[in-house]
Design a protein around this ligand. Structure first.
Ligand SMILES: [Zn+2]
Length: 65
Protein backbone atom coordinates (compact mmCIF):
# COMPACT_ATOMS: atom_id res chain seq x y z
CA UNK A 1 0.00 0.00 0.00
CA UNK A 2 0.99 3.63 -0.30
CA UNK A 3 2.74 5.54 2.46
CA UNK A 4 0.14 7.00 4.89
CA UNK A 5 -0.71 10.67 4.35
CA UNK A 6 -0.76 11.47 8.08
CA UNK A 7 0.81 10.12 11.25
CA UNK A 8 -1.68 7.68 12.78
CA UNK A 9 -1.12 9.08 16.27
CA UNK A 10 -0.72 12.87 16.06
CA UNK A 11 -2.14 13.55 12.58
CA UNK A 12 0.87 15.45 11.24
CA UNK A 13 0.99 15.37 7.42
CA UNK A 14 4.05 13.31 6.43
CA UNK A 15 3.49 11.96 2.93
CA UNK A 16 5.29 14.84 1.21
CA UNK A 17 8.50 13.89 3.03
CA UNK A 18 8.48 10.23 2.09
CA UNK A 19 10.17 10.52 -1.33
CA UNK A 20 13.09 12.54 0.07
CA UNK A 21 13.42 10.04 2.92
CA UNK A 22 13.38 7.04 0.58
CA UNK A 23 15.85 8.57 -1.89
CA UNK A 24 18.36 9.41 0.85
CA UNK A 25 18.06 6.07 2.66
CA UNK A 26 18.40 4.18 -0.63
CA UNK A 27 21.54 6.22 -1.31
CA UNK A 28 23.01 4.89 1.93
CA UNK A 29 22.30 7.58 4.54
CA UNK A 30 21.35 6.68 8.13
CA UNK A 31 17.55 6.81 8.64
CA UNK A 32 18.12 8.63 11.96
CA UNK A 33 20.06 11.43 10.28
CA UNK A 34 17.59 11.71 7.39
CA UNK A 35 14.61 12.03 9.76
CA UNK A 36 16.47 14.63 11.84
CA UNK A 37 17.25 16.63 8.67
CA UNK A 38 13.61 16.42 7.50
CA UNK A 39 12.40 17.78 10.85
CA UNK A 40 10.51 14.64 11.82
CA UNK A 41 11.19 14.87 15.55
CA UNK A 42 8.32 13.08 17.31
CA UNK A 43 8.74 9.33 17.73
CA UNK A 44 5.14 8.66 16.67
CA UNK A 45 5.96 10.26 13.29
CA UNK A 46 9.40 8.64 13.00
CA UNK A 47 7.94 5.17 13.34
CA UNK A 48 5.71 5.87 10.33
CA UNK A 49 8.86 6.00 8.20
CA UNK A 50 10.87 3.32 9.98
CA UNK A 51 8.10 0.71 10.02
CA UNK A 52 6.60 1.34 6.58
CA UNK A 53 6.80 -1.56 4.10
CA UNK A 54 5.62 -1.18 0.52
CA UNK A 55 3.26 -4.10 -0.15
CA UNK A 56 1.77 -2.80 -3.42
CA UNK A 57 3.36 -5.54 -5.56
CA UNK A 58 2.06 -8.28 -3.25
CA UNK A 59 -1.45 -6.84 -2.89
CA UNK A 60 -1.95 -6.35 -6.64
CA UNK A 61 -1.84 -10.15 -7.07
CA UNK A 62 -5.20 -10.35 -5.26
CA UNK A 63 -7.04 -7.76 -7.38
CA UNK A 64 -10.41 -8.63 -8.90
CA UNK A 65 -10.56 -9.01 -12.66
ZN1 LIG B 1 3.13 11.80 14.89
Amino acid sequence: MEFPIRCFTCGRVLAQKYKAYKDKVDAGEEPKKVLDDLGVDKYCCRRMFLSYTDLAKEVVLFRRN
